[in-house]
Design a protein around this ligand. Structure first.
Ligand code: PLP
Length: 391
C-alpha cells in the first residue's frame, strides 16, 4: 500500500515545524527559550479592525458561502488602497482577487500558470513555499542567487538564455524575506523588461510592502511601465496589521493570470469568511496610523538588535523594511553551527540561512516579531555569552 505521492514524499518537513519540535524539547528540559526564528507579529491586531469583525458577526447573511473572488467591498478597498498608496489603477472586477492569506495564493498560482516540467525562477535565499509549490506542481525550479554585492537582487543577465526563454514564471519578493533587502522602482522596471522579453509571468510577493522605516516607501511592481502585461503582486494583511491568524490577502495585476488562479481556487476553496473580508476592507480604508505605530516599534527593535550584534562583532546595516535582520555568521562558523551555538549558549532560536536556500549559507536570520522585553533579554544573553566566540 502506498500512502504518499512521489511529490509529497520528496517535500522535506516544513522548516519551522522542525524548529518547533526542538523548542518544545528544550522547554521540557527547563530552558527559557526565546524564539527569534519565526516571523509572526507579537503585536495585537489594532482594535478598530477587531471591532469591525465583531460588528459584521451580527449579520446572518455573512455566514453563507462567500463569493469565490472575494466580496466586492474587499476588492474595492484593495483597489482604492493601490490608488492611494501607489497611484495604480485597478479594476476590482478583473484585477483583484481575494486570497485566504497570500501563501495560499502563491502556492496555487504555480499549477494555475505552469504545466509539469516547466521552469520556474525563484530567489535563493527565498521564502520556502515558492520552491515547495514548484515541486508540488511538478515544475522545474531554477534558482536565482541573491548576493549582498548586488543588494540581494537577482542578476537577470546571468540567467542562461535557454532557461530565460523557457521559464514561465518568476517569483520576486521585496522588501525581502529573509534578506530584508529593499529595492527602488528601477529594479522593478528591469524585472518587467526581462519578463516581457522572455514572456515570463512575474509573481511579486509584497507581504512586507507596508513594513518600512524612516522615509523609505516600498514601490509596487505595478508602478513599472508595462507591468500589467506580465506581473501580478501578492499583498497580505498579515504583517501590516498583525493579522497572520486571520488568513486574508489578495493578488492584483494581470487579469489573465488572475483569471487562471481564480479557476484553480474556485475548484479548491470557497473563499475567506465574509466578516474577515469586511474587517480587512475596513483596515485598508481606515487611517494607517496603526501601521506607523507598529513600524516604529520594529524600527526601535531593529536598532537595538543591530547595535547588539555589532558589539559581538557581527556588522550589518539596519534594514529599510521587514522585521528581519539578515546577517553574516562570524568567521569559522557554518550557519547551522552558529545557530546551534547561539541556542546552546543563550537559549535563543535564530534561523540558519541555508534553511532559505543554498545561497543563504553563511548567514542567519533574526525575527524582531517578539515582545520588546523578550528581545532585550535575548540581547543581554547574547552580549554576555557570545563575546568570546567572535574574538
Ligand atoms: C509571511 C509571509 C507571507 C505569508 O503571508 P500570509 O498572507 O499570512 O499567507 C508571504 N510571503 C512572505 C515573504 C512572508 O514572509
Amino acid at each position: 500500500m502506498r500512502y504518499q505521492s512521489q511529490r509529497i514524499a520528496q517535500i522535506p518537513p516544513y522548516m519551522f515545524a522542525e524548529f518547533k519540535k526542538k523548542k518544545l524539547m528544550m522547554q521540557k528540559a527547563g530552558v527559557d527559550v526565546i524564539d527569534l526564528g519565526i516571523g509572526d507579529p507579537d503585536l495585537p491586531t489594532p482594535k478598530h479592525i477587531r471591532d469591525k469583525l465583531i460588528e459584521e458577526m451580527a449579520y446572518p447573511e455573512n455566514f453563507k458561502y462567500p463569493s469565490f473572488i472575494g466580496c466586492f467591498e474587499f476588492r474595492q478597498a484593495v483597489a482604492d488602497f493601490y490608488k492611494q498608496q501607489f497611484n495604480v489603477d485597478l479594476d476590482p472586477e478583473t484585477e483583484v482577487l481575494a486570497l485566504i492569506g497570500s501563501k495560499e495564493g502563491l502556492a496555487h498560482l504555480v499549477p494555475s500558470v505552469i504545466d509539469p516540467g516547466e521552469i520556474v525562477l525563484a530567489p535563493d535565499p527565498g521564502y520556502p513555499p515558492y520552491r515547495m509549490a514548484v515541486s508540488l506542481a511538478g515544475g522545474q525550479l531554477f534558482t536565482m542567487p541573491l548576493l549582498k554585492e548586488n543588494n540581494f537582487e537577482p542578476e537577470f543577465q546571468n540567467i542562461p538564455e535557454n532557461i530565460a526563454n523557457e521559464a514561465k514564471l518568476m517569483f520576486l519578493n521585496y522588501p525581502g524575506n529573509p534578506t530584508s533587502a529593499t529595492v527602488d522602482i528601477d529594479f522593478f522596471q528591469r524585472a518587467v523588461s526581462f519578463a516581457e522579453k522572455n514572456k515570463i509571468v512575474i509573481a511579486h510577493d509584497a507581504a512586507y510592502n507596508m513594513v518600512t522605516f524612516d522615509d523609505y516607501r516600498a514601490p509596487s511592481i505595478l508602478q513599472a511601465e508595462g507591468a500589467k502585461e506580465t506581473a501580478v503582486e501578492f499583498g497580505s494583511l498579515s504583517k501590516t496589521y498583525s493579522m497572520t491568524g486571520w488568513r486574508i490577502g489578495y493578488v492584483v495585476g494581470n487579469k489573465e493570470v488572475i483569471k487562471a488562479l481564480s479557476v484553480y481556487k474556485s475548484n479548491t476553496d470557497t473563499g475567506q469568511f465574509t466578516p474577515i473580508q469586511k474587517a480587512a476592507a475596513h483596515a485598508l480604508k481606515s487611517s494607517q496610523d496603526c501601521v506607523k505605530a507598529s513600524n516604529d516599534i520594529y524600527a526601535g527593535r531593529m536598532k537595538a538588535m543591530t547595535d547588539a550584534l555589532a558589539s559581538i562583532g557581527v556588522n550589518t546595516a539596519p534594514a529599510r523594511g521587514t522585521f528581519f535582520i539578515w546577517a553574516p555568521v562570524p568567521r569559522g562558523y557554518t550557519s547551522a553551527e552558529f545557530a546551534n551555538t547561539v541556542l546552546e549558549k543563550t537559549g535563543v532560536i535564530i534561523t540558519p540561512g541555508h534553511a532559505f536556500g543554498t545561497a543563504g549559507e553563511g548567514y542567519f536570520r533574526i525575527s524582531l516579531s517578539v515582545p520588546t522585553d523578550r528581545l532585550t533579554e535575548a540581547i543581554n544573553r547574547m552580549k554576555k555569552e557570545l563575546t568570546i566566540i567572535t574574538n
